[in-house]
Ligand binder design. Sequence first.
Ligand SMILES: Nc1ncnc2c1ncn2[C@@H]1O[C@H](COP(=O)(O)OP(=O)(O)O)[C@@H](O)[C@H]1O
Ligand SMILES: [Mg+2]
Length: 265
Amino acid sequence: MIELAGIRYAWPESPPVLDGVSLTVREGEKLVLLGANGSGKSTLLKLMNGLVQPQSGAYRYGGEDVTPARLRGGEWARRFRSEVVLLFQHPEAMLFNPTVRDEIAYGPRQLGLADAEARTARWAAALGLLPLLDKAPFALSGGQKQKVALAAILALEPRVLLLDEPVSSLDPRASGWLVDFLLDCGKTVIVSTHNLSMATELGERCLVLGEGGRPLYDGPLQEALHDRALLESANLVHRHRHRHDGDTHAYMHAHTHSHDWESSR
Ligand SMILES: Nc1ncnc2c1ncn2[C@@H]1O[C@H](COP(=O)(O)OP(=O)(O)O)[C@@H](O)[C@H]1O
Ligand SMILES: [Mg+2]
């Protein structure tokens, strides 16, 4: 369904942020994109959403090259845009409608779907947003905005969900709902995280990106999580001094562990 071959991408006047990324994702597969801050996860998801174009390498969706010419408009672009959707890491960038209702209905209305209102109600209910439908998105909390952005892309009922650190500002109930939904939905899901304990909930396969967007590993997630050398080279765990409270002498020592509590921002 999704094929990347030898993708290289550099932002203007910068070193590469994706360097030799090759990847095949089958329909219905759940892939976790693991990497430290700055490893290129968001850039890769934008590329798969057709928002940035690789400088070299190929991106194929459903066997067809995703090219600037194809994305410019017409039936192909319309189908791609409705089938492949991205939840941005910072969803406030996506929200521009006067109300939550309009925000969720926007995509289905753009596609001219007759059931836009029914879809809005369905996905607002799924995410617990019914009490907020008449509110302005900009007046919501960060987590509420993320739920609105999620409802807005789910209302398109896409085939491929690209989710950029979706649980970073969701509360536990919404995170739990999302994990259950993703496992059961049958869609192709590519989800980025730097949270190792969350990763196991999101899929069974992972791609690990290292510094400079170099792919370090593609395979079973559990194996990656037990490969300390891999995790250290990807900067997903590190060695530092650590205070153990509750000890009469509150001593410090060094060992490796992950920083799951760190904010993604
Ligand atoms: N719009 C942009 N313009 C220039 N550089 C960018 C832009 N977005 C990201 N970068 C740079 O690309 C690198 C990878 O960023 P990103 O893809 O956001 O990584 P991650 O999502 O893994 O934290 C970083 O060094 C970042 O500064
Ligand atoms: Mg990111």
